[in-house]
Write a protein that binds this ligand. Structure first.
Ligand code: GLN
Length: 437
């Protein structure tokens, strides 16, 4: 299929179904897309095309694309047009990836269900009454609905893996520092990472191989070497750590499905499994939120109604306001940084726990989510919502790389396995993911 044909196919699906699914907030004009696709096809013919030639890509609405509406799905930035390209977008363009549009998301990436966008919830393509998960809800739904081949999302506490699991696609959170955050609008700068989603491990790997690496514009980014895509089928002798889920509130049916899959794949490949315990993992959620509230509060002080968009306190939704109010409270001088500093100490403890365990296992596996998704609009308490990320947040705290791979369905609802590897072991992570796929 040529790029022109592929774009036409995606546009047709978008026209037919985006009205219902609400995965995309902005779609580039058809004439512009077809012109760019023709140019890419010419390059392919001449043998000069980049590694993403022929691929249609969607980008989450918190990543700057020059001239497009980077709204973070918020009224605050509903009229804001990005004045420059994020580094990841520049890299995609250099490799001839075709960006088709901007994906809906939870407002300012503060969410777990895809329901907090100011522009309406995203509906799950697998079952339109269900949530997609979040916050990269539109990115996952766009892949699942066939609106694109690949998508970019961001993951602070699970926002790529969570919707990937619920929508039945693959989603990867790279190690902290693997991918430049230049041009990503912060939720929590010490935890945020941009990563890739697609319908298969190969495409997720391909997009990661384009966007990762050191960028002078992000001082936390690191040169983590080349990703050898030819080695993806080479996972052998893997020592699989099976995470102890005690006390984490994981649904029995989900547990059973994941355990069965781990057994099946390990015995088929001759891999050894071992039970792994991350001490104090049950503190991860309550450690994560003070960090996020404080860093988000700080990052949002620029949205004061003068320089960027509207004043955030005036127009943001309840989840964003909760974090701003909470962050403002925690950072009051009288607390002398007590909450933030305690959270940093637990974060370091959890990181060390992972490090210790990675001496004896190559990866740690668990479900992505503790439970099945709910119906859009169902009332969920803040605590229950935050608990959705009980299994994904630890990897962000430790700075590890993790991936969600679909491994089956319960009552027709997709379920993903989470595989986590030590920092900067993305190549191994993808090899293991491929075996599970
Ligand atoms: N659900 C988590 C939160 O609300 C994670 C969000 C994310 O990863 N962007 O903060």
């Amino acid at each position: 299929m040529t790029t022109v044909e592929r774009v036409r196919e995606c546009l047709q699906k978008i026209k037919k179904e985006n009205g219902k699914i609400n995965a995309l907030l902005e779609i580039r004009p058809e004439s512009e897309l077809l012109k760019e696709a023709e140019e890419i096809d010419k390059k392919i013919k001449r043998g000069e095309a980049g590694r993403l030639a022929g691929k249609v890509i969607v980008v989450k609405a918190n990543i700057n694309i020059h001239g497009m509406n980077v709204s973070c799905a918020s009224k605050v930035l509903e009229d804001y047009r990005a004045p420059y390209d994020a580094t990841v977008v520049k890299k995609i363009r250099q490799e001839d990836g075709l960006i088709i549009g901007i994906a809906n998301m939870d407002e300012f990436a503060a969410g777990f269900s895809g329901e907090t966008s100011a522009f309406g919830p995203v509906r799950n393509p697998v079952n339109n009454t269900l949530i997609t998960g979040g916050s990269s809800s539109g990115s996952a739904a766009a892949v699942a609905a066939g609106f694109c081949d690949m998508a970019l999302g961001s993951d602070t506490g699970g926002s790529i893996r969570n919707p990937a699991s619920i929508c039945g696609v693959v989603g990867l959170k790279p190690s902290y520092g693997s991918v430049s955050r230049y041009g990503l609008i912060d939720l929590s700068m010490s935890l945020d990472q941009i990563g890739s989603l697609a319908s298969n491990v190969g495409d997720v790997a391909l997009l990661l191989s384009v966007i990762h690496g050191r960028d002078d514009k992000d001082a936390t980014s690191i040169d983590c070497g080349k990703l050898d895509l030819k080695k993806l089928n080479k996972a052998s002798g893997i020592r699989v750590g099976v995470l102890n889920l005690e006390g984490l509130g994981v649904d029995e049916m989900v547990k059973e499905l994941i355990n069965k899959k781990v057994e099946e794949v390990s015995s088929k490949n001759g891999w050894k499994t071992k039970d792994v315990n991350i001490e104090n993992i049950d503190l991860a959620v309550e450690t994560y939120y003070p960090l996020v509230y404080v860093e988000f509060f700080s990052a949002t002080r620029r949205f004061d109604g003068r320089r960027y968009g509207k004043k955030i306190e005036d127009v943001a939704g309840p989840e964003v306001l909760r974090r701003i109010l909470g962050g403002g409270e925690i950072t009051k001088a009288e607390h002398e940084g007590r909450y933030y500093n305690s959270a940093i100490r637990v974060k370091e403890f959890i990181r060390a726990e992972f490090s210790k365990n990675f001496k004896s296992v190559d990866c740690i596996v668990s479900p992505v989510l503790p439970r099945l998704p709910w119906k859009i609009g169902e009332k969920i308490s803040v605590e229950d919502g935050y608990a959705m990320d009980v299994l994904t947040i630890p990897s962000n705290l430790a700075g590890n790389c993790s991936i969600s791979v679909p491994v089956g369905k319960i009552d027709g609802i997709p379920v993903g396995i989470q595989i986590t590897c030590d920092k900067f072991n993305e190549e191994k992570l993808l090899q293991i993911a491929k075996a599970f796929e």
